[in-house]
Design a protein around this ligand. Structure first.
Ligand SMILES: [Zn+2]
Length: 456
């Protein structure tokens, strides 16, 4: 670029030059005219702008309208007009201006020097000698001629562009691949820390630090043993640091948690469920309310699933209720599904396979196994209602002991949302195992309002 600018001394002979040299950038919408009769000549632009103007024109290609009304005029007593089929023969350069009803040469417009003879006819004024088609052939001329040289400059320019484009695409393809390799490295690291309930951050995460915190230390360790990740990390150190940033760590955790909650809600479907709610103070003395969904899954087995903690600012019953409402709304669950639907009638069942059953839980499982839950839907529903009764449960207690592990006094500045996400991943280990990296990558790349670097 630098070379190109220096090749020619800037000329100052036109007003346009002076005006354009003051502009940092041109308004390309206005500058680049499709109609060749309306264009400003290339040398009317400041030398610094000419290469870019040429590139813009080359991107658009020659103006070759075929469907417009080519006006007929009498030339030497015969009606004549521009013939669009000429574009087939001279397609690489011939242009037609609708506004001027004249033909132009695209290549000469872009690359011919002003001092050259015949500059006016196909560049400045245009040509309309439609009775002499031979003029088009003579414009092309011989090898080494003016048009030929302009044409060659066009080709060179395009090839150079193409070369740059190919090289650029290769670089960006490698960069994109490296980005996703690093993202997967971050996801693997987060997965391990979440499972173990370990803090992510360190006190000193600088390069010189002896302990950069669990996330960075584990990530580095992973990169040491994973050749692909090591290469991806070394290709672009600046971009690499982006995928290790605390916000990215939080986003990945959120993706994991959402994926888990999503599969829990899918299992629950439109069925009834019971809410188990308890509150406790965490280490930073915030009132936290743990929410557990209790429901019967498709195999008739009772499930208790932790779906989050809500930070409660006041413990009045109305406030607690609205907190639960908003949580349910977030999951698109309805309060109607909460246990309390009535039933009428009951049936008795006499079946040898049911004789050894001791608990209601076993009964419900047996019903699904034998298909009886379809014959006796009301009994099955009754059973499910009994099973989701808020009996004393260890699950909620488990949440609070989990909270003590995840939210240690070391990381007591952790946000409520983030704490909730971390707890879901820590407590629902079974579901966590099922979450694939692909699912997390997909959620991560499509998170709203994040403007990720690449599209999926
Ligand atoms: Zn030409």
């Amino acid at each position: 670029m630098e070379r190109f600018y220096k090749r020619k001394a800037p000329d100052t002979d036109t007003v346009n030059n002076n005006r354009n040299s003051c502009l940092d950038d041109l308004n390309w919408e206005v500058e680049i005219k499709y109609d060749p009769g309306l264009r400003k000549q290339i040398d009317a632009y400041h030398p610094n702008h000419r290469e870019k103007v040429r590139r813009k024109y080359l991107e658009n290609g020659p103006c070759q309208p075929r469907k417009c009304n080519f006006p007929v005029s009498d030339i030497e007593d015969k009606p004549r007009r521009f013939i669009p089929e000429w574009f087939d023969e001279f397609g690489s350069w011939l242009e037609y201006s609708e506004s001027k009803d004249r033909a132009y040469c695209f290549c000469c417009f872009l690359f011919r020097e002003k001092k050259d003879a015949g500059y006016e006819s196909f560049i400045v004024n245009g040509w309309n000698g439609y009775h002499r088609k031979g003029r088009l052939k003579s414009h092309v001329g011989d090898v080494g001629g003016l048009h030929y040289n302009a044409m060659k400059k066009c080709d060179d320019f395009l090839q150079r562009r193409q070369h740059i484009d190919v090289a650029y695409n290769q670089i960006s393809e490698t960069a994109k691949k490296a980005y996703f390799t690093r993202l997967n490295g971050s996801i693997d690291t987060a997965r391990l820390l979440l499972k173990q309930g370990l803090p992510f951050r360190g006190h000193d995460e600088s390069l010189e630090s002896n302990n950069k915190g669990n996330f960075k230390e584990f990530y580095d360790c992973l990169a040491q043993h994973d050749l692909e990740l090591r290469k991806a990390v070394s290709t672009n150190a600046a971009a690499n640091s982006c995928l290790l940033a605390p916000e990215i760590q939080r986003d990945i955790v959120e993706c994991f948690a959402n994926e888990i909650v999503h599969s829990i809600l899918e299992e629950l479907g439109n069925d009834v469920f019971c809410l188990l709610v308890d509150e406790s103070r965490d280490v930073s003395c915030k009132e936290q309310m743990a929410v557990v969904l209790r429901y019967v899954d498709k195999c008739g087995i009772v499930k208790e699933r932790f779906v989050g903690v809500v930070h409660v600012t006041e413990t009045t019953s109305s406030h607690l209720k609205s907190s639960i409402d908003s949580l349910l709304a977030k999951f698109k669950l309805s309060l109607k599904q909460v246990r309390g639907q009535g039933y009428d009638g009951a049936s008795n069942m006499r079946d040898a396979r049911f004789s050894n059953i001791n608990t209601i839980g076993e009964l419900s499982q047996k019903m699904v196994e034998t298909g009886k839950h379809r014959c006796y839907p009301l009994v099955y529903r009754l059973l499910k209602l009994v099973l989701v009764l808020p009996v004393a449960t260890a699950t909620v207690e488990r949440c609070f002991s989990g909270m003590k592990i995840v939210k240690t006094s070391l990381s007591n500045r952790m946000g409520d949302q983030h704490l909730s996400h971390r707890l879901i991943c820590y407590l629902e280990k079974e579901e966590m195992k099922k979450v694939s990296n692909e699912a997390v990558v997909h959620r991560f790349m499509t998170m709203e309002g994040k403007g990720r670097k690449y599209d999926l």
